[in-house]
Ligand binder design. Sequence first.
Ligand code: PLP
Length: 286
Amino acid sequence: MKPGNTPLEELRRLAPPGTRLFAKLEWFNPTGSIKDRPAWYMFRNAVEDGKLRPGQPIIEATSGNTGIGLARLAIIHGHPMVICLPRSATEERKQLLRAYGAELIEVEGGPNDAIAHARELVDAGEGHMLYQYGNRWNVYAHFFGTSQEILTGWPLTEPPTHLFAAYGTGGTLTGNSRALVRVWPHLRIHSVEPYVDDPIGGMRSQDDPFQPPVADLSLVTDRHEVGVATATAMVAETMKTEGLFVGTSSGAILHAAVDTLSREGGTAVALLPDAGWKYLSGPPWS
Ligand SMILES: Cc1ncc(COP(=O)(O)O)c(C=O)c1O
């Protein structure tokens, strides 16, 4: 099953009066997140290029969603899957990765330490790393996939004025901004980020010392920093108003979108990376 063709839904109750807000519901992908897209493109390309040999272990550093997407492909195509992740990742994420048959290597520290450990394993000849932070197919997944679906699925005659997406590896922002600004040159591109000392799973601040080589934020026009408490308050609000069970990064994105629309008006697209299942042990649900 190829990822993509996710719904673009209008959020009529969450949008401030006189504005329109459309959300791309990325949890409709095969393993429940936007990361099924880059996982599929990176995997297919590595096989076609002969970089990933039959049966060779796949090693990846990921706090969850990319690993889950890759683990599914590893099952289907017969590769062992090794995931390096911070010990602090939520128990739901670890359980889910184990359910998908992955071997987990828990690393002290944050995502950057997980990346360093995965590199060591690859250098020791333990397997092949698709390395989402530097893999151009991470960007192409959105350039050829997500953005094209937004263009063909856009229901209004006037183009949207704003696009909101989380910054993690930068794949989503880079691929979508490059494709969409060609067609809609006045589209404002909003990067939604956590504060460095208040992390949100899957997201990264532009102030973090490690900036993924694959990220090109030159088309980003606006930057929003959102705290965990604000993001989770919006997760609860989205459930209450729209009956949508979104993940924490989606809460941060929707906060930035609603805040901007209420100040400036307009029409927005928000890319919502995943649903709330993996976050049930954290706020606002526990
Ligand atoms: C939950 C979640 N939100 C946002 C992102 C950021 O997406 P990207 O890596 O394309 O920048 C990710 C990426 O892993 C994610 O898992």
